[in-house]
Design a protein around this ligand. Sequence first.
Ligand code: FAD
Ligand code: ZN
Length: 474
Amino acid sequence: MNRAALLQALRDAVGHGHVLTRDTHDLAAWERDWRQRAHGHALAVVRPASTPEVAAVVRACAAHGASLVPQGGNTGLVVGSVPDDSGTQVVLSLQRMNTVRGIDRANLTMTVEAGCVLQAVQQAAEAEGLLFPLSLAAEGSCTIGGNLATNAGGTQVLRYGNARDLCLGLEVVTPDGEVWHGLSGLRKDNTGYDLRDLFVGSEGTLGIITAATLKLYPQPAATLTAWAAVPTLQAAVELLGLAQQRLAAGLTGFEVMGQFALSLVDRHMPQLRVPLWKDSPYCVLLENSDSEGEDHARAQFEGLLEAAMEQGLVSDAVVAESIAQAHALWHIRESIPLAQAQEGLNIKHDISIPVSRIPAFCDETDALLQREIAGVRLVNFGHLGDGNLHYNVQAPAGGDAKKFLLEQESRVNQLVFEAVARYHGSISAEHGVGSLKAEHLTHFKDPVALALMRRIKQALDPHNRLNPGRVLTP
Ligand code: FAD
Ligand code: ZN
């Protein structure tokens, strides 16, 4: 590779000031992943401002034999958005592509560029009195391109689906530098293979998403939040069934939080005042979004919680009295990962299991891990409504967490993933594969599916230029 000629071609594509190299810039923010598990070295960070510029960057890299790593907000959790340490990869940051191209109120759609921060997309919809429901704790810095590339989930999937379900059309730059103009606002279109669904969730390995047409919804008239202590995980699953029956589409959130997870928030963030956790193995956060109004929502919630208490599914509960209280309850839920980080290094899993089998899975796997790995502590919480648990493993108290991770991480992963397979679950419900789980995929994905995925990659990107080594092992 002729480095100087490539840099010149990149400068011709996006302008001199938008090709950053280590000679002139500190590239750490683009080279290091959010969890600080990897610190690569980029040949350059390139920041195009338009789709033709992205296409020109891709063609320049293809002409000079360089591989590309697409990057949005760099909040991904599986080491997929940072370069390797070869110093030969170009990081293509979409962050300057942050225009809302338009909102079609009657069609309930909006078209945005890939670098728009998720929160800005939510706010643009809200300014029109509409709702873009994708919501996750990284929404202040993750981008819609990254959300689609990872098919992000979050806290509203139960009602509105994940990023894939919220996307009607895409604009994509292919590995050859062509532009696919697929920004359709159609809800029905059966004209052949679904290319949109191929690019969604492909983690930057098949094409670069430059813009998307997204689904919008009417804003609910009122949104209420409740916090309930439940005696068992099985009771939480039964409460979910009751809430689905009574609230129907109004049930927009159903999160479960284990006692140890909440104890970490209590310990590291005492100002947050976690309710009801001390006497209960699990607490549940429920959200009711109502199209009629607050009184109706409250009456429905109270009816649900009374019935749940009568059936022994809930031992105690609080319904937020104000928006501030509701935010405070959600803030506790969203603070668990941070509290966990403050407690020390840990091993993260984002698994999914059919909801009905989650209690048995947790009973069996909790006991297995405790038997096999002395002193292990389980931080179990997540989107129970979607069958998606953040089944995380914290090092034993007081020990050397770094040493624990080094010695036990692969064993812990193996035990958890084998249990997931026994329960016909998935080893990644929402964070994706990246580099971190690419090797695991070779053991836990159906071999025919894996072979088809390799053939698709080969057909679209035969020279393996887009995010090589991510999702699929070399
Ligand atoms: P990046 O991290 O920059 O990239 C992620 C992947 O997408 C990489 O493989 C990258 O190459 C690719 N990519 C990025 N942009 C493009 C593009 N335009 N075209 C093609 N490929 C691209 N995830 C959930 O699903 N649910 C959660 O609840 C959740 N909570 C989180 C909470 C926190 C605090 C954090 C830090 C992360 C969380 N995540 C969650 C992880 C989640 O995947 C990301 O936050 C988000 O979806 C990634 O967006 P990003 O713009 O930061 O992408
Ligand atoms: Zn999550």
